[in-house]
Every structure is written in structure tokens, then in C-alpha cells.
Design a binder for this molecule. Structure first.
Ligand SMILES: Nc1nc2c(ncn2[C@@H]2O[C@H](COP(=O)(O)OP(=O)(O)OP(=O)(O)O)[C@@H](O)[C@H]2O)c(=O)[nH]1
Ligand SMILES: [Mg+2]
Length: 195
């Protein structure tokens, strides 16, 4: 499942989104949280999505086509990227236009670093998505940095800080490949495919 994948395009505005109406899953999260690594893990490829050494380098929406079925959309990271007022405005405009003016958006995956927990920016982002009733799943990343016995504690911290339901959170590690199959199943379920 999800073997074939290719980088299709980058977009800074809605005229540049893909035109073929396939469902899209947006990955949102602060810089360095592990968005590109998750795309690589989901698509079984090592270096498909550019993994940045310089946080916040990518400022556009990047569309990856998976098995000719759906798109994974890599958004610019917030946090480090929001240094200047103009960058903040660019990010806001890019994301708001995408969230509100794109009928193909199926679900948002909001990534939160497991060890760091939800930051102030993460909370604002989650509240924004909830306010507009945008279907969102929280993906906790880099769980391999936490000992197995303490992962539940970190899981509960995220649930509590964001005020989400237990089934809205998936714990993942792109290194250990944990939680990746769960996300694939969720996407398959959304697309009404056999997993
Ligand atoms: N230990 C560990 N490190 C990870 C994991 N996922 C990503 N990383 C590391 O975290 C750093 C950032 O990962 P990226 O995937 O580039 O993060 P990003 O969210 O795409 O960052 P931007 O594109 O700058 O917004 C890299 O050094 C990755 O190797 C993980 O599951 N475990
Ligand atoms: Mg990235």
C-alpha cells in the first residue's frame, strides 16, 4: 500500500494547486517537528520529501502524489519560520487560503513533538482548525526519543493540553516506523479502500 509516489508541484497560491481533484491530506506543524520525515516514512521512500538541515527553509506547499490516489501536502513549518512580520503574513495567507479555498482537503494532520509537547503555536493552530471545524488528527512525532514506559505519560500530556479525544492522537516515530501503519489505515479508511 502506498508504494508509488512522486513530487508533483509546489504552490504559493490556489492557482497552483493540482487540478485533478484527488483528496488531499495536509501536514502542519512547527519547523523541525518531522513533517518531511513522516511523508518519507508513509511513502516507504528514503529521500522523497526534502529533509531540511536548515529549519524553516521551505516556504511553499509541496504536493506529493501517492499511488495516483491522493496527495500528501507538506506545509511550511511554523515556529522558526515566523521570524519577521512579513514571513508571518506570508505563512498566514498561504495556509488560510489553502484551508478555506480548497475543496479537496480531506483531513489535516497536525504534528506535535512528543517530548516538547504542544507549544503555544501548536495550541493556536489547533484552536484555529477546531474553530473552523476542519477535520484534524494530531500526530505526535519522534516517540523514539522517549523510553517506552514513559510514552503514555507524554501521550496523556498532549491529550490534556490540547483538550482532544484519545482517538484523535496517533503516536509515531519515523525512525522506528511506529504508528506509520495506523496512519496508512486511517487514510485507507478515509478513501474507503481495503487496507
Ligand atoms: N529521533 C527522531 N528524529 C526525527 C524523527 N522524525 C524526524 N526527525 C529528525 O528531525 C529533524 C527535522 O525533520 P524534518 O522531517 O525535516 O522536519 P520538518 O517538519 O519537515 O521541518 P521543516 O521542513 O523545516 O518545517 C531531522 O533531523 C530528522 O531526522 C523521528 O521520528 N525520530
Ligand atoms: Mg520539511
Amino acid at each position: 500500500m502506498f508504494k508509488k509516489c512522486s513530487y508533483v508541484s509546489g504552490a504559493v497560491n490556489k492557482n497552483q494547486y493540482p487540478k485533478n481533484k484527488l483528496p488531499e491530506f495536509l501536514l502542519l506543524g512547527r519547523s523541525n517537528v518531522g513533517k518531511s520525515s513522516l511523508i518519507n516514512a508513509l511513502s516507504d521512500r528514503k529521500a522523497l520529501a526534502y529533509i531540511s538541515s536548515q529549519p524553516g527553509k521551505t516556504r511553499i506547499l509541496n504536493f506529493y502524489l501517492i499511488d495516483d490516489l491522493f496527495y500528501l501536502v507538506d506545509a511550511p513549518g511554523y515556529g522558526y519560520a515566523l521570524r519577521s512580520r512579513s514571513e508571518r503574513l506570508d505563512f498566514g495567507r498561504l495556509i488560510e487560503e489553502y484551508l478555506h479555498e480548497n475543496d479537496n482537503l480531506h483531513k489535516v494532520f497536525l504534528l506535535v513533538d512528543t517530548k516538547v509537547g504542544p507549544t503555544a503555536d501548536d495550541k493556536i493552530m489547533y484552536e484555529y482548525l477546531s474553530h473552523y471545524r476542519i477535520d484534524t488528527i494530531i500526530i505526535a512525532t519522534k516517540t523514539d526519543k522517549i523510553g517506552k514506559t514513559r510514552r503514555n505519560q507524554y501521550r496523556n500530556n498532549i491529550i490534556e493540553k490540547l483538550g482532544i479525544d484519545d482517538n484523535q492522537l496517533i503516536m509515531t516515530s519515523a525512525v522506528e516506523k511506529t504508528g506509520i501503519d495506523l496512519i496508512k489505515k486511517l487514510i485507507a479508511h478515509e478513501l474507503k479502500m481495503e487496507p
